[in-house]
Structures are given as C-alpha cells and as structure tokens.
Design a protein around this ligand. Structure first.
Ligand SMILES: C[S@@+](CC[C@H](N)C(=O)[O-])C[C@H]1O[C@@H](n2cnc3c(N)ncnc32)[C@H](O)[C@@H]1O
Length: 220
C-alpha cells in the first residue's frame, strides 16, 4: 500500500538527489578511503526502473529486507510497501541526509534507515532477503558470507554479473569449482566466468566455491 505523499517524495528524490553529485564534493576521496571503499564503490548512482522492478518482484510480504548501499532510499521506500520491514544501510551522510529531509514525515514505520558502513554493521536477526545493487562492489564475498551466516535466504544483486538483477539462493549447496568442467559459474566471492570449450553457453551458471579468484585471494 502506498502512503500518502510517497509518490511526491519519490519524484523529488529522482529530481534532486542525483544532481548533488556528492562524489565530486571536497573530502569525498578521504571519506571513501577512510571507509575502505575502492574505485567507484562509494559513488551514489541510481539504477533504472527495470532494475528496481526486477528486484521488487522477488520481495514477498513476509520478508525482512536489508538493503546494503541504499543511496537516496528511492528503492527502500518501495520495498517498504511490500515487505514486513526494511533496514536501509547507506554509508554516505551527504546522500542519505538530504533524502531523509525530502521524505520527511512520510518515512514509513517499517523502514529503518541506518547511516553506517555495511562492513562495520552487524546484520540484525531475522533478515530473509538482502538487496545489493552496486555494480562496482568490491566486497561481495564479505557480504555474501555474513548474510549466509546470519541465515538470510536470498540476495538480490547486480554485483556479480554487473548487469540485470539475479536472485541468489544463499541456501543452495555450492559446488567445488574443480567439479565444473563445462559452462558458466558464479562464485560466492563475486567472480563469474566460463569453464570449458564454450559448448553450453545457454545453460544456467553453477553456484561454486573456491574458484580461481578465491584461490588468488582476489575476493571481492
Ligand atoms: C550505485 S549506488 C546504488 C544506490 C541504491 N542501491 C540504488 O539502487 O538506488 C551504491 C550506494 O552504495 C553505497 N555504499 C557503498 N559501499 C557501502 C558500504 N560499505 N556501506 C554502506 N553503503 C555503501 C554508496 O555510498 C552508494 O550510495
């Protein structure tokens, strides 16, 4: 159910927050370095409607959702309309502060906004679904392992394939990489790739562990 005024807040978020281009403000480089965020990982940049609607289609009314890197809360507001509760975690106060100002008293009771680095944050009990829309994520493996340990069931993300949104079943058993001889694979560390001679390009990827990137310590 959409609360009164949420449409207006979403319109204002779309027109205002990205214009602020916080990644070009003085001090941003030191801020992200201090938070151990690398490359474009700390940049706020919203995604397109297709990305959001795919992620939303995997959220059920009983879900307790953790959104890692929630930006200006435009997706978190919409998740809150579908799910039991949402924790929206965003490291950058210059993104989340103005967003909260725009949302104001329309902030729904089931949306809990936290301004903190996900690397420092203890996952609350009972999270069933996590959302990680962050194509430049450098810490995928860390989030994956923590979510799995916390009992989270699915991860909705564009971080591994860097396009589209996949719903990763965190409960599914993962094959040792050596057992994949032909086909695509996607690893818990965030790496993806193809093994073999290209004979199964359309087969779904195998969920693996211990891929070459893990072995080289290149965990994202
Ligand atoms: C590409 S933006 C996407 C924002 C939002 N998910 C969306 O789709 O509209 C990624 C956001 O993640 C935030 N972020 C990156 N690493 C983070 C971390 N470790 N903890 C919390 N937020 C983080 C960035 O500050 C940025 O706002």
């Amino acid at each position: 159910m959409r609360l009164a005024g949420v449409d207006l807040a979403l319109r204002r978020l779309k027109s205002d927050t990205e214009q602020q281009r916080v990644q070009f403000q003085e001090g941003f480089g030191d801020f992200v370095a201090g938070h151990e965020l690398a490359g474009w990982e700390g940049w706020f940049s919203p995604y397109d409607e297709g990305t959001y609607s795919t992620a939303l289609s995997h959220v059920a009314p009983d879900d307790v959702v953790l959104e890692i890197g929630a930006g200006d809360l435009r997706l978190a507001l919409r998740i809150a309309e579908r799910a039991r509760r949402v924790y929206a975690l965003e490291v950058n106060p210059l993104v989340v502060g103005p967003a909260l100002q725009i949302i104001g008293l329309r902030l729904p009771r089931n949306l809990h906004v936290v301004c903190a680095n996900a690397l420092d944050f203890s996952i609350p009990p009972g999270i069933t679904t996590a959302v990680l829309l962050m194509r430049h994520c450098q810490h995928f493996g860390v989030y994956f392992d923590r979510l799995q340990a916390a009992g989270c069931r699915q991860l909705l993300t564009n971080a591994r394939w860097r396009s589209g949104v996949e719903a990763v079943n965190l409960l599914t058993p993962r094959l040792p990489f050596e057992q994949v001889h032909e086909g695509w694979y996607a690893c818990r560390c965030g790496a993806v790739g193809y093994v073999g001679r290209g004979e199964r390009p359309d087969a779904p990827p195998s969920e693996v562990r211990n891929c070459p990137a893990c072995q080289n310590g290149k965990m994202r």
